[in-house]
Design a protein around this ligand. Sequence first.
Ligand code: NAD
Length: 396
Amino acid sequence: MNRRTFLINAAAATAIATRAKELQAGKRKKKTVGIVGCGRMGQYYADVYRLLPDTELVAIAEWNDDRRPVVGKRFGVSALYKDVNSMLREVVPDIVAVITPTKFMKEAVIASAEAGVKGISTDKPIAARLSDADAMVDACVKNNVVFAGGNLQRAMWQVQHAARRLDAGEFGTRTGAAMHGFGGEISGGGCQHISVLRLFADAEVEEVIAWASPEEALQGETDEGLNINGRFRMTSGLECQVYGLTHTHGDKKNRSGVDLWTDDAMISWSWGPPKIFQGTDANGNRKEIDPHYPPHPEPGVVKGAGLGDSHYLVTSILSLLDAVETGSKLWISGHDLRQALEVAIACKLSAQLGNQAVKLPLKDRSLSLHPRPYRWLGGDAIGQPQTAEEASEKKS
Ligand SMILES: NC(=O)c1ccc[n+]([C@@H]2O[C@H](COP(=O)([O-])OP(=O)(O)OC[C@H]3O[C@@H](n4cnc5c(N)ncnc54)[C@H](O)[C@@H]3O)[C@@H](O)[C@H]2O)c1
């Protein structure tokens, strides 16, 4: 471990120790939390908020009349409401987590921001229409509310750690990037890739040129099945090659993730803690090094909520709590989700215009890209409801 890594690890350890000390000394007041939309994903949030020492789950707004009492009983919450407005008329929690299907997120985020909630989070994708995402971000800025994103890998402890080391210059100057497996659902799932790329590059995407397949997906209204190959130019001047779900090296399926390389290193994220390569081995190949990631700050909550590898839900929530308490930077924000939607829309537009370069920010904010029906409308609306039995139990 070199001196810079040591200092970054020490800073992470100090932040955890400070939070623990402040909690013990009663310097951090418990924050009240309301969940809006307590289906499959919302139940994971409820579990985490219930287990964290500095939060208290006080209200749930859940549309489904059968599921509402079931989740109320499971999470020990008696203040139950059908929707966000009826909740806010009686309870204004410090934090509101909006985990409805995407179509209903805008109303809940704006109503919560206007009611005086201090911190709001939503999940992915944030919206279909760019102007709706703008309205959510703007309402939070106007009302001085912290607006966080949700369960995204950008908020993974190790992803953030690797980014901090890149920012500190440990690996030298950033020289290039590649995004792999950008297809299937470029807005719904692809916002994971774009959010990590922007973090590692420490820059925004300013120009997109894209080719799309298959043709039917390009003509459709949703992102379902759309595969993108192309190139992004970042505001820092960095170029990022973009590969769809498959690219031809024979029939080999490519991986999914983001690589960012510098003069002598490469940080490689592929749906888990990033690998770090530095220097070369005896054969001249890139050499993987021990990344020395510090331990997760709340392993007990990860275990208690049955999150396994999805431990980044906990760190995304901790980052929101810290941002509300101290004004620190969010690890995943509503702004990040809006930018991801915008890049996905720009990719589709570039492909539709015969692979023309499209500049960002997009001028036409009425442009939209719908996620697949499950994400847009939820399981109940598309005939995949979660049963009462499933909602009443902890997931394995
Ligand atoms: N980040 C991730 O890894 C991840 C994973 C899965 C889902 N998601 C996202 O989370 C969101 C929810 O997905 P899910 O799997 O929990 O869906 P789900 O259908 O299981 O749950 C949605 C819940 O919201 C409730 N609801 C719908 N409209 C409402 C409203 N207006 N007010 C209050 N409650 C309302 C429904 O009754 C349902 O219980 C989607 O946007 C999805 O894309 C993210």
